[in-house]
Design a binder for this molecule. Sequence first.
Ligand SMILES: *Cc1c(COP(=O)(O)O)cnc(C)c1O
Length: 462
Amino acid sequence: MEPFKIKVVETIPQTSRRERRQILEEAGYNLFAIPADRVTIDLLTDSGTAAMSDRQWAGIMLGDESYAGSKNYYHFEETVREIFGYKYVIPTHQGRVAENLLFSVLVKKGTAVPNNIHFDTTRANVEFNDGLALDCVIDAGLDPNADLPFKGNMDLKKLEGVIRQTGASNIPLCLMTITNNSGGGQPVSMENIRKTRKLLDQYGIPLYFDACRFAENSFFIKERETDYRERSILSIAREIFSYGDGCTMSAKKDGLVNMGGFLCTNDRELSQSITNLLILHEGFPTYGGLAGRDLEAMAVGLREVLDENYLSFRIRQVQSLGDMLHKRGVPILRPTGGHAIYVNAGAFLPHIPREAFPAQALACAFYEEGGVRGVEIGSLMFGGNDKTTGEAKHPELEMVRLAVPRRVYTTRHMQYVAETIAAVYERRESIQGLEIVYEAPVLRHFTARLRPLEEQNAKVRN
Ligand SMILES: *Cc1c(COP(=O)(O)O)cnc(C)c1O
């Protein structure tokens, strides 16, 4: 059951099917263009969407908005040092800024940064600094049907291959994303972290964690890795970070706040260079682009996220949504990861060709059926025409991600989501593909406008 009771409520918007059809049409069949107050259950992202606790809200009232030396900064710093164990703690307003600051100093032309799988903003920030972002996840991590406990693990052979090919001196750092967001929120095992560290030590390469979902990863280690059953989440987290030289963090995930992030390192010189950039781009080092009250909420959230009752509920809630869908025959990626369910739209709608955006059509169908908003991860997000050949290219998988916000929805809400999706599954053959009527030259999925193919065919017939 939910390990919390509800003290403040927010009314959930309810709309009729007729209204939702009109909303979809007005939004150009792009769920990013739908106002949030027209969405019944919003599973667009788990980032910055958490509900804060009474203690976090109390912390907001303790905000010390002094420009320099705010007491909230010291509380935040002490909390981060205790959990993460690194010497230097640099606040930022979100995770991507931490990435940008770190890579601005370390990455340049001719360097490469390996990771299990780079998250979009991480890859973009490495590439923006002219570095090469390389993915070294185990092969099973890319197989939607491989049922393994730690599908986020680094493939050590691939990693060593990359080091040999690029030369250790051209690898300023190796990253490890816990849990592996772009690979379905799959965890990394402690054994794999330890071995990765050992390999990197042979070449003198620092290891940094992309730590956004570190508590969820720690919980998976406790559940799935022998030797860790009796350990507290805090001690598991500490052990993870003890194998690294620092981390980047988006506190919008396991910080349980709506905005915030930070960067840690043990390297004094590096922390000085980064602090100089921080002052230029974000603000003075004791606030880093955040209000004092935000730092306080983050300090409290980072402790609350280690609560085993919370984590057990969190992971089970996502798992049970996956189980309900699986039982009804809905094709999803398995095993379920920490923060989201990935519906396999290719298998759900085999009658829609890739050119007609099956995953986008499916995401729209979920909205039309029950006001449930997920996000397309498929041909609209990653497809397009090859710049040189002009040929259409598609990503490996067509998926709709249903990300579950932290502490926001109840189990009954998840049942509603499962019922909505099952109802769409029952009428799947009636779902039509889409075509683009407008697209931007980059990141087109955010602003594209589409229309049902059926409409176009009808017009041609007329
Ligand atoms: C969200 C996320 C980021 C970026 O964090 P923002 O706070 O959105 O800038 C980086 N890495 C991973 C794995 C993430 O999930």
